[in-house]
Design a protein around this ligand. Structure first.
Ligand code: PHE
Length: 360
C-alpha cells in the first residue's frame, strides 16, 4: 500500500503536538475512530483481492498498532504532566503558622469583666452574683438608705410594677452592684473577699450615661482590714488592669450611706493630642466610689460589726473599658453595630490571664 509512511508520519507528528488530553482524543478519532482515516483504509480491504488484502491488512495492522502505542504513550505523558502541575500548584508548606479565622468578637465590656476578674482572682477575690431585679430592701434599706433618705432620689431608679392593691415597696432594677455585698455576706458570713461584676440600671441618657451600664463591686471583710488595704488593692488593680508600670490614685473624701469614711477615687492621666495615657499627666479621672463598710450594713447582713470590718468599692466597668481601649462614646457600647464590634472587639479564643498578658 502506498502513502502509509506519510500517513504515519503525519499522525505521529499530530500525537506529539497534542498539548492536552482533549487534543489527543481528536487525533485518536481522526486516525482510529469509526470515521478515522485508518479505519476507512481498513474498510477498503474488502474490495481487494485476497493477496492484496493480506499484504495491505498486515501493513495497516502494524500502522494501527504503532499509532495506538504512540497515543497511549502520549496520554501517559500528559497525565504525568497534569499531575506534576497540580502538585506544583497545590504545594503547601505545612510548617507555616495557621491563619486563624475570627469566631465572632468579644464585646469590650465582656473582655474587661474577664480581665478584672482575673486580676482580682489573683488577689484572692471570688466572684459573687445577685439578681438584676432586686428588692427595695437589698438595693436600699440594707445599705443604710432608708425610705426617706435623699440618696434614693439620686439613684434615678426604675421601679417594677406591683399587683393592684399590693402596697409593699416595689422591686427595682438594681441601681448599683452594692446589694450583692449584702447577699454575699448573708450567705457566706465573714471573713469574705468577693467581687460582683454585673449590670445596673438608672434613668439617665447622654454621651456618658446609658440607662443600663456595668459596675463591679468589691468587698473585703476581716478582723483588721483598713483603708490602707483598700488603697493598695486599688493601686495594684489599676496597675495590672491598665498594664502600666505605675499608677497614681487620688482619694477624695466623699459620702455614701453604706460606707464611713467614704472616698471617691481618681486616676492620674493625660489627654495629650486626644490620646489618653494612664499614670502620667496632670488630669484626674474619677473611676470609682469606695470606703469602709458602715457598721449598719454589716449588721443588716448578719455580720457582727464589733468583730469584723472591711472595705467596699464600686467601679464603672464601661468607664474603665473606655479609658483602657480609647473608646470615645459610651452609647456605642449598646448599639449592637457589628462594624463597631469588629473594630473594638476581641478575638474569642484570647482569654485574658495574668501570665499571658491581659489584652494581647
Ligand atoms: N454603689 C456606689 C455607686 O453606685 C459605689 C460604691 C460602692 C461606693 C461601694 C462605696 C462603696 O455609686
Amino acid at each position: 500500500m502506498d502513502g502509509l509512511d506519510a500517513l504515519k508520519a503525519r499522525f505521529i507528528a499530530a500525537v506529539s503536538a497534542a498539548s492536552d488530553e482533549a487534543a489527543l482524543e481528536e487525533v485518536r478519532l481522526a486516525a482510529l475512530g469509526k470515521k478515522g482515516e485508518i479505519s476507512a483504509l481498513m474498510a477498503g480491504l474488502g474490495k481487494m483481492s485476497p493477496d492484496e488484502r493480506k499484504a495491505a491488512g498486515a501493513q495497516l495492522n502494524v500502522l494501527k498498532d504503532e499509532i495506538d502505542a504512540a497515543l497511549r504513550a502520549k496520554k501517559a505523558a500528559l497525565g504525568d504532566a497534569a499531575l506534576n502541575e497540580r502538585l506544583q500548584a497545590e504545594w503547601l508548606d505545612v510548617t507555616l503558622p495557621g491563619r486563624p479565622r475570627r469566631l465572632g468578637t468579644i464585646h469590650p465590656v465582656s473582655q474587661v469583666m474577664e480581665e478584672l476578674t482575673a486580676i482580682f482572682a489573683d488577689m484572692g477575690f471570688a466572684v459573687a452574683e445577685g439578681p438584676q431585679v432586686e428588692s427595695d430592701w437589698y438595693n436600699f434599706d440594707a445599705l443604710n438608705i432608708p425610705p426617706e433618705h435623699p440618696a434614693r432620689q439620686e439613684h434615678d431608679t426604675f421601679f417594677m410594677a406591683r399587683a393592684e392593691g399590693d402596697n409593699r415597696p416595689p422591686h427595682v432594677l438594681r441601681t448599683h452592684t452594692s446589694p450583692v455585698q449584702i447577699r454575699a455576706m448573708a450567705e457566706q458570713g465573714a471573713p469574705i473577699r468577693v467581687i460582683a461584676p454585673g449590670r445596673v440600671y438608672r434613668m439617665d441618657m447622654d454621651q456618658t450615661h446609658t440607662p443600663m451600664f456595668h459596675q463591679v463591686e468589691g468587698l473585703a471583710i476581716d478582723r483588721d482590714i483598713s483603708m490602707a488595704n483598700l488603697k493598695w488593692t486599688l493601686e495594684e488593680f489599676c496597675r495590672a488592669f491598665f498594664e502600666v508600670p505605675s499608677v497614681e490614685l487620688r482619694f477624695r473624701a466623699s459620702h455614701f450611706p453604706f460606707t464611713e469614711p467614704s472616698a471617691e477615687v481618681d486616676i492620674r492621666c493625660s489627654w495629650e493630642g486626644g490620646q489618653l495615657k494612664i499614670g502620667e499627666g496632670d488630669k484626674w479621672m474619677e473611676i470609682l466610689g469606695s470606703g469602709m463598710v458602715h457598721p449598719k450594713v454589716l449588721s443588716a447582713a448578719g455580720v457582727d460589726p464589733t468583730q469584723w470590718q472591711g472595705f467596699a468599692f464600686g467601679m464603672g466597668i464601661d468607664r474603665i473599658a473606655m479609658l483602657k481601649y480609647g473608646i470615645p462614646d459610651l452609647r456605642a457600647f449598646f448599639e449592637s453595630d457589628l462594624r463597631w464590634l469588629r473594630h473594638y472587639g476581641f478575638a474569642a479564643l484570647d482569654m485574658p490571664d495574668l501570665a499571658g498578658g491581659l489584652s494581647r
